[in-house]
Design a protein around this ligand. Sequence first.
Ligand code: ZN
Length: 328
Amino acid sequence: MRDLRALPKGHLHLHLELAMRPSTLADLAAKYGMEVPVIRGYGNFTAFSATCQATMATLRDRSDWERLADEICADAVADGAVYIEPSFWAGQYVDIWGSLAATWDLVLDVFDKAAATHGITVRFMAAVDRVLDSPDEAMAIALLAVELQDRGVVSFGLHNDEVGHPPQDFVDCFRVAKAGELLITPHAGELEHGQFVKDSVDLLAADRIQHGVRAFEVPGLVEQLAEQGICLDVCPTSNIMLSVFPSLAEHPLPQLLEAGVKVTINADDPLLFGPGLLDEYELCRRELGLTDEQLAFAARCSLECGGAPDDLKAEALAGIDSWLATPA
Ligand SMILES: [Zn+2]
């Protein structure tokens, strides 16, 4: 069997703080005299969300962020990633750092250094929180994201609970992000009906959808995704942990591949769900029966559909070809 660690890949669906190592969460909680958040057994989005909040509250001073950045880059390299595009919502930290811009400045700075240390390329997705952000706040994030393009922000996301927060509520800020040439990458079709995927494509002009796995609920949508080359950033373990599907056996990733949809394989929140990027690739091989050709296709999409610089894309795509060319 070919070694999946040696397959060059990008990681396009990864929430920044939730890529923290469990041991780091325990250390930071101790540092600030907090109870260590329990990281298991969610089953629903509300329980999961509370754990996210507790995790974010452990990141307070610059050294916490330096440690997070260093470990995320080290872990990505260990999994064979050449590129990561974590998503970040800075609103959580404005009280500490003074503004969205100052928070982004800190994060971009610590990741610049960590990426150089570990020899990996990092670009960012600026995300709107669909539950917490007002229309004005969402617009402010879009404008800042466009402004931060030369610092490494390449995509514009939309996260948190879909229920009650449909894509059509965010048309204005996504229009600004699109005009600013950011990749459009909202979450959709995870906790809500597949129609949210269609609306994200038709109304927000999505280039990629984070999850999108419920696209099958809308007749003709999977064909539309394939035709338009819209990529789905799929996270198999996350979907099971949050009860989107009852079991891996019922996960639609193989059907999406068969339908010709571009897909990537991702960990979403490794701190909370367990598996990292490489683990997810191995899981897809072992449990979903994906072939090496399909795994290489997903790796290809993770470079072609992300915001990696062109020279890195070309080098990594050549690496994927030679991985597949080695005898299994
Ligand atoms: Zn996600």
